[in-house]
Design a protein around this ligand. Sequence first.
Ligand code: GTP
Ligand code: MG
Length: 226
Amino acid sequence: MTMKITFEKKVLSKNDRIAAEVRRHLTTRGIVAVNLIGSPGSGKTSLVERTAAWCHGRFATAALTGDQATRHDADRIERAGIPAIQITTGNECHLNAQRILDCVSRDELWDIELLLIENVGNLICPAAYDLGEAAKVALLSVPEGDDKPLKYPGLFQRADLMVISKIDLLGSSDFDADRAERNAREIAPHIEVVRLSCRTGEGLGRWTGWLTTRLAQTAPLTARRD
Ligand SMILES: Nc1nc2c(ncn2[C@@H]2O[C@H](COP(=O)(O)OP(=O)(O)OP(=O)(O)O)[C@@H](O)[C@H]2O)c(=O)[nH]1
Ligand SMILES: [Mg+2]
């Protein structure tokens, strides 16, 4: 047990050093990176697709998307209009900073302002790995249940924003969005919350508003359009 903990600590501190290098790369180039984390099927790619459409003519944007297998998500995101690199992780259940570092000099990321990173679908492991991002976003979809912030606190405590996704499905189960927010704030008092549906578009303006604020705060030197 002790040996396992020591090994995990070593892996994480190596990851933290690489993440710091990624962060330096991104901030000197004025790129805001957002790390999207949530269960399989919580709606991460759908949110990236919607965001890609919104970014058109506003912010130069690209995506990195992690999955154990297939390039389905990268293909979907490219069809939505932005460059996407699929990172295939094989047995690994999360992205790590080295995988992002391997991509930061790729052409697809060259002149961008916003980098959307879709992590491997998983509520636990991705939370522990800093990718050098400016912000972590935790997605919680209505079908998963409103108790998840209490059951998987690590992600919500590290996240800047919780997105409650698939709100068009409210009423189809006992999910209570106010209770989900209370549960998240109980273990993460700082967390901001946006409720949205990629199906109907409801709430997407609050998400893009949050992104616009992050872009304005993090890279004030870059000329931008509203
Ligand atoms: N009703 C409803 N369905 C949605 C919404 N957003 C996504 N979905 C559906 O949920 C399913 C999973 O969506 P994805 O965007 O692929 O989810 P993901 O989190 O990227 O999934 P993984 O990459 O496999 O972890 C798809 O069938 C989507 O059409 C939504 O707002 N409402
Ligand atoms: Mg996906």
